[in-house]
Design a protein around this ligand. Structure first.
Ligand code: BG6
Length: 466
């Protein structure tokens, strides 16, 4: 039996669904200069807005103008919570202003009021693949220590303004994406940084991570001071990287691969740098700007819970030069975008994370990106129902058999939105289908999929029907 307060809901991110990119004083964000891509064509990061390019995040699904109707649908599904993010560039359009943009703050007053009207708790991420573009131009993004104070000010304004309305917060979405420096998407969306060819990329990456750790730890302290009821978490992208075989060296490969993935929560939950990282820095001769005061703050600002997204698993094979190489898992099927589908991996990662930290876990993203066909005003998305059902069953096993403390589950996504990695609407995750052509004409353009009713039933039985 799940706890009666279990947080069933759905998740989204401001830059992918709000639209209204330049409305009511909102500034340009890093997501606003990313073009549309596809599974085969990476999104481009352009120098400002260029004519002739398509920028899908500008319109999103225009939630900004339809939030009442859409929150009403979430209430109809029975959501207990709604995970969303605040667009930093709506609150501080450039990022370094003295005063926040009142119209931006007001928008979230309205959104939260609408959620609370239906007893839906907002679960808020402060930085989800979105930050003021100006900060990247003027300060070089998170390469710069000054970012800590800009972020802290933004966080403090939000904690004060939404005191009593929001209890669950997360600081940086999938902060551990930074570790993968090969994909330019990660440093740009996570930190407003484009690496140059002649820099020590690893050193810059760890420096960015350090500044974000300090910013997050300071935000936790301020958030708790403003309201002791606040629960503030970190947010990681998690999934098992299994050993490729039972060869002992493949176990080491998997262990090391998982350390790299957990490095971020090791710092944010334990408040100190793990020994394996300190050794690595020493070996690589990395020289980071880390002060004693920073280290004190990391200790004082540890998080209350670990929020994470779960989509897929991979495997690690031992490699003499790089310790391991990550490969596709040959034992599980794949989505149309080549993401491995591995429900058992969710139970596995829940156990692994809980054994490591003994902190509450919150699954704040999990879902299937698929091509959907709208027919007779609905979508017959049995594939999505199967995917989610198999994952929920594994979550229930982790809770009921293994004793893992999971506080909530918010599938990605509550509604179809623009895909982060490809910029398409065609990679759909939601319980609600969005016809973007209708949205472009000013309509809300939504249709309930088959999974809508299915999820409504799961929530109303608190998972007992499975
Ligand atoms: C997570 C992000 O990485 O995965 C979301 O937090 C994102 O913002 C989700 O949308 C799914 O990825 P994608 O690229 O299919 O949209």
């Amino acid at each position: 039996m799940l706890d009666k307060n279990f947080l069933w809901g759905g998740a989204v991110a401001a830059n992918q669904y709000e639209g209204a990119w330049n409305v009511a004083g909102k500034g340009l964000s890093v997501a606003d200069v990313m073009t549309k891509g596809s599974a085969k064509k990476p999104r481009e990061i352009t120098a400002g807005i260029l004519p002739g390019k398509e920028y899908p995040n500008h319109l999103g699904i225009d939630f900004y103008h339809h939030y009442k109707a859409e929150i009403k649908l979430f209430a109809e599904m029975g959501f207990k919570c709604f995970r969303l993010s605040i667009a930093w560039s709506r609150i501080f359009p450039k990022g370094d202003e003295e005063k926040p943009n009142e119209a931006g703050l007001k928008f979230y007053d309205d959104v939260f009021a609408e959620c609370l009207k239906y007893q839906i708790q907002p679960v808020v991420t402060l930085s989800h693949f979105e930050m003021p573009y100006y900060l990247t131009k003027k300060y070089g993004g998170w390469r710069n220590r000054k970012m800590i104070s800009f972020f802290l000010k933004y966080a403090e304004v939000c904690f004060k303004r939404y005191r009593g309305k929001v209890k669950y917060w997360m600081t940086f979405n999938e902060i551990n994406n930074l570790i993968d420096t090969d994909n330019p998407f990660n440093a740009w969306t996570g930190a407003g940084v484009v690496y140059s060819e002649n820099e020590n990329v690893e050193q810059t990456m760890y420096q960015i991570a350090h500044y974000q750790f300090v910013a997050s730890a300071l935000a936790v302290q301020v958030g708790k001071r403003i309201d002791a009821r606040n629960q503030i978490g970190c947010m990681l992208h998690l999934g098992p990287i299994y050993p490729a075989s039972c060869k002992p060296l493949d176990q080491i490969a998997s262990l090391k691969a998982m350390d790299r993935r957990f490095f971020f929560s090791d710092v944010q939950i334990r408040g100190t740098y793990p020994k394996y990282t300190l050794k690595h820095w020493e070996k690589q001769n990395l020289n980071l700007d880390i002060t004693n005061k920073d280290l004190e703050n990391l200790k004082k600002g540890t998080v209350d819970f670990l929020g994470f997204s779960y989509y897929k698993s991979t495997v690690a094979e031992y490699d003499e030069k790089n310790t391991y190489v990550e490969k596709a898992n040959p034992h599980v099927p794949k989505s149309a975008w080549d993401w491995a589908i591995d429900p058992v991996g969710l139970r596995y990662i829940l156990n692994l994370a809980y054994e490591r930290y003994q902190k509450p876990l919150f699954i704040v993203e999990n879902g299937l990106g698929a091509f959907d066909e709208l027919k007779d005003e609905t979508v017959n998305d049995d594939y999505r129902i199967n995917y989610l059902q198999e994952h929920i069953v594994q979550m229930l096993k982790a809770i009921e058999i293994d004793g893992v403390n999971v506080i909530g589950y918010t599938p990605w996504a509550a509604i179809d939105i623009i895909s982060a990695s490809t910029g398409e609407i065609e990679k759909r995750y939601g319980f609600i289908y969005i016809d973007l052509e209708q949205v472009k004409k000013g309509a809300a353009g939504f249709y309930r999929k088959k999974s809508f009713k299915w999820y409504q039933h799961i929530i109303s039985t608190n998972g007992d029907c499975l």
